[in-house]
Design a binder for this molecule. Sequence first.
Ligand code: FES
Ligand code: FES
Length: 235
Amino acid sequence: MDEDSDAFDPSNLPEIDPAGGLDDLLIFGGPETRRRFLQQRAGASAAVTLGPALMGIGTAQAAEAPATPAGGAPAGMASVQFKINGKAHALELDPRVTLLDALRERLNLTGSKKGCDHGQCGACTVLVNGRRINSCLSLAVTHEGDEITTIEGLAKGDELHPVQAAFIEHDGFQCGYCTPGQICSAVALLKEGHAKTDADIREWMSGNLCRCGAYPNIVAAIREAQAKQGGAKGA
Ligand code: FES
Ligand code: FES
């Protein structure tokens, strides 16, 4: 027998996926190696390594989740209780759900907007215990016991919050997409006491972007709200 053909026979090579898929040989060195790798990495560590979306664990786990254990949240879910706009809510959530998604998708509070979903535009700004945060960057389950205020919770009945009224008065918006976040941020800014000059306002509102470029009117609105509150820290 020819020793060379024993050592290397091209016909024995595993086929490479012509469609360009993730080929076992190319990625892991061989099908057996890949199988062993996945067995070793099964479960949570594989999910972390390959990513929830790639693993499809959002749907797979939901389908396979056992019945709710007595007195607790369903497996893979977490319980959280918080107050939103003065009203108590108790939710069972996937621990990966952001506060923004919980507000919009679970509680139908769609005033807070999803612009970038990466903490860069401020459209999702809400107040948590009086402080402004980007709700797209914060996991809902970390807010146990918190008091959260969204744009829907600023007015008192038919009476607009002074910052809301000032935004209307000064045309502090055009398309309005950034406006809930701008207003929540401005409410916190006045409370923080940073708004001493126009430059201060621009600096401390710099986390809230406006694609329409309504910045001069936004600054004017904040100045007016501040004046109406007598320069005092607004609620
Ligand atoms: S959506 Fe949260 S910062 Fe842009
Ligand atoms: S008003 Fe359109 S993005 Fe600000």
